[in-house]
Write a protein that binds this ligand. Structure first.
Ligand SMILES: NC(=O)c1ccc[n+]([C@@H]2O[C@H](COP(=O)([O-])OP(=O)(O)OC[C@H]3O[C@@H](n4cnc5c(N)ncnc54)[C@H](OP(=O)(O)O)[C@@H]3O)[C@@H](O)[C@H]2O)c1
Length: 361
């Protein structure tokens, strides 16, 4: 078994890592780390707040054996004790810790610390795993035996998966999108107050729109001569927070280069990603995208768990000519802490273990 550590194991994404790795056929969680607040405590005790209330948010139970594991201090953590590290800490902390770990050990991260570095790919399963070759440049530039590979921002994970077949089949000129983002996306520290969120919508998420307007182009870009040439289309984003627990919904309008009828877009989406799914990675869904004809779907409660939380659900595909003569609009939904964070990172780790590191799995 490949020994893995989860850094930030007590947080919302860290908990999803534990759920996603429970009974994993290749990876075994052997180390947990978090802040000094949790260090030295049993995992179950580290989950309690100052009043003693248990902060476990996944619908799934805490995996067997984890509650009694002792959490280590992430700053003191020795990365050579494991083969692979999954990092789920705030960006400022990731910026400090991940390069230290990467000197010796591969790191797959859900933080944004390295996303915009020229020698670092942002990998999404089925969309751009060919960018993994850029890791060689990162290792050479930085003299690392390991590496840091970040996941994308959770808001754009479903959008980017849905844009890929549109880009490949029809070309993309520009995108206008509005997100309705779940509360779990804000993390636990400091988290959102119930008084703010109940019966309400918050029309601004600090720092989110610049990421959403920049990351998809890098992910959908072309790797050439050791650098990524971003896909050349602009995105206009409005990001909002809604009182939903998990699942980010995105309403997208896309101007295409060539005519894109709803039927042709549906076909391109349904056929998308078959080669990647056929690799049979343990965390991959059977379908990267499922398209629904029900105009009342996708809905977070009904659709976020499709494909084990790894399938993007697209609905309401219809023509649009406001942006230009060729266009399409639709609604897509992705599970922000599964596809958009922990399980997506596990899937990336699976791909890299088998096809980049060439480990026997
Ligand atoms: N939530 C999402 O939907 C989502 C999606 C995609 C990406 N992300 C990214 O994933 C990362 C984790 O997000 P989250 O939502 O899980 O956050 P979170 O719930 O606030 O959890 C933060 C984790 O970081 C640990 N931590 C805090 N300070 C630390 C320190 N100084 N050293 C080491 N560990 C420390 C915490 O440990 P203690 O319990 O000990 O304080 C906790 O385990 C962030 O970079 C976030 O942007 C989140």
């Amino acid at each position: 078994m490949i020994r893995v550590a989860i850094i930030g194991a007590t947080g919302i994404v860290g908990q999803q890592f534990l759920v996603g790795l429970d009974g994993h056929p290749w990876f075994k969680v052997t180390k947990l780390a978090a802040s000094q607040r949790s260090a030295g405590k049993k995992y179950i005790d580290a989950l309690r707040d100052d009043a003693g209330s248990l902060k476990w948010w996944c619908p799934e139970p805490i995996p067997a054996g984890v509650a009694e594991m002792v959490v280590e201090d992430a700053e003191e953590f020795d990365p050579t004790q494991v083969d692979l590290i999954f990092s789920a800490v705030d960006t400022a902390i990731a910026k400090k810790l991940e390069p230290v770990y990467a000197k010796t050990t591969p790191v797959v991260s859900t933080a944004s610390a390295f996303r915009y570095e020229a020698d670092t790919p942002i990998l999404i399963g089925g969309v751009n795993m060919d960018h993994a070759q850029l890791i060689r440049v990162q290792q050479a530039n930085r003299g690392w035996k390991g590496f840091v590979v970040p996941k994308s921002n959770c808001t754009i994970s479903g959008l980017t998966v849905s844009l890929k077949p549109i880009l490949d089949t029809f070309g993309v000129r520009r995108v206008v999108m509005t997100s309705l983002q779940a509360m779990s996306g804000a993390g636990r520290t400091p988290g959102l107050s119930a008084m703010d969120m109940m019966e309400n919508v918050i029309p601004y998420i600090p720092g989110e729109e610049p990421k959403v307007e920049m990351e998809p182009q890098k992910i959908l870009g072309i790797l050439k001569n050791g650098a990524i040439e971003p896909a050349p289309f602009p995105i206009s984003a409005t990001c909002t927070r809604v009182p939903v627990l998990d699942g980010h919904l995105v309403c997208a309008t896309v101007e295409t280069e060539r005519e894109a009828t709803p039927e042709a877009v549906k076909k391109a989406m349904v056929e998308f990603g078959k080669d990647f799914a056929a690799l049979g990675l343990p965390s991959s869904p059977q379908h990267l995208i499922e398209v629904t004809d029900d105009p009342f779907r996708p809905q977070p409660r009904m659709d976020r768990e499709r494909g084990g939380g790894m399938t993007t659900t697209v609905g309401r595909i219809r023509p649009d000519t406001v942006l230009g003569p060729n266009g399409i609009r639709y609604v897509c939904l992705a599970h922000n802490t599964k596809l958009g964070a922990a399980k997506g990172a596990i899937q990336t780790g699976e791909y890299l273990a088998k096809y980049f590191l060439n480990w026997q799995v």
